[in-house]
Design a protein around this ligand. Structure first.
Ligand SMILES: CC(C)(COP(=O)(O)OP(=O)(O)OC[C@H]1O[C@@H](n2cnc3c(N)ncnc32)[C@H](O)[C@@H]1OP(=O)(O)O)[C@@H](O)C(=O)NCCC(=O)NCCS
Length: 117
């Protein structure tokens, strides 16, 4: 999870990678839900953004399942290849919250280190 000008924009972006042998077991959705819960409920984020190559059905599947809305496309150069990126956006109002409760360790130390609040 990353952010720029978080104190003003209250917006985070996320990216996630799992080893291939564990794809398709719900772990991607679970870990994205976990960081978004931390962002919304602990850090006071108002928007969570993400992006994926337009062909990346697994990443966009995670986003759709959690309630992200489509937020436009852009073109990006990956080496000499043009890639179409699909941007997505989630707010606390549209978030399909999981049925489990997030436990956070080290929150106070993290916000102190990051200089948030
Ligand atoms: C993207 C990634 C993190 C997704 O994690 P995952 O554990 O494979 O996905 P999950 O099993 O949690 O799937 C979550 C949802 O997406 C859907 N989904 C997963 N793979 C899908 C696919 N190939 N096509 C369509 N939907 C898919 C699932 O059906 C599920 O939705 P549901 O709960 O409504 O049924 C993982 O595939 C990955 O690490 N990929 C390589 C790195 C990458 O591309 N990262 C993103 C870069 S932007």
């Amino acid at each position: 999870m990353g952010a720029k000008d978080f104190a003003t924009l209250r917006t985070v972006s996320t990216g996630s990678w799992l080893r291939q042998s564990v794809h398709g077991r719900g772990l991607g959705k679970e870990m994205r839900a976990a960081v978004v819960l931390w962002a919304f409920d602990w850090l006071g984020a108002e928007v969570a953004e993400s992006e994926a190559a337009a062909w990346n059905a697994a990443s966009l599947g995670v986003s759709a399942s959690l309630g992200y809305e489509l937020n436009g496309i852009t073109r990006k150069a990956w080496g000499t290849t043009v890639e179409t990126l699909q941007h997505v956006r989630l707010s606390p109002e549209t978030f399909n919250r999981p049925d489990w409760t997030l436990k956070v360790d080290g929150h106070e130390a993290a916000v102190k280190f990051l200089g948030i609040r």
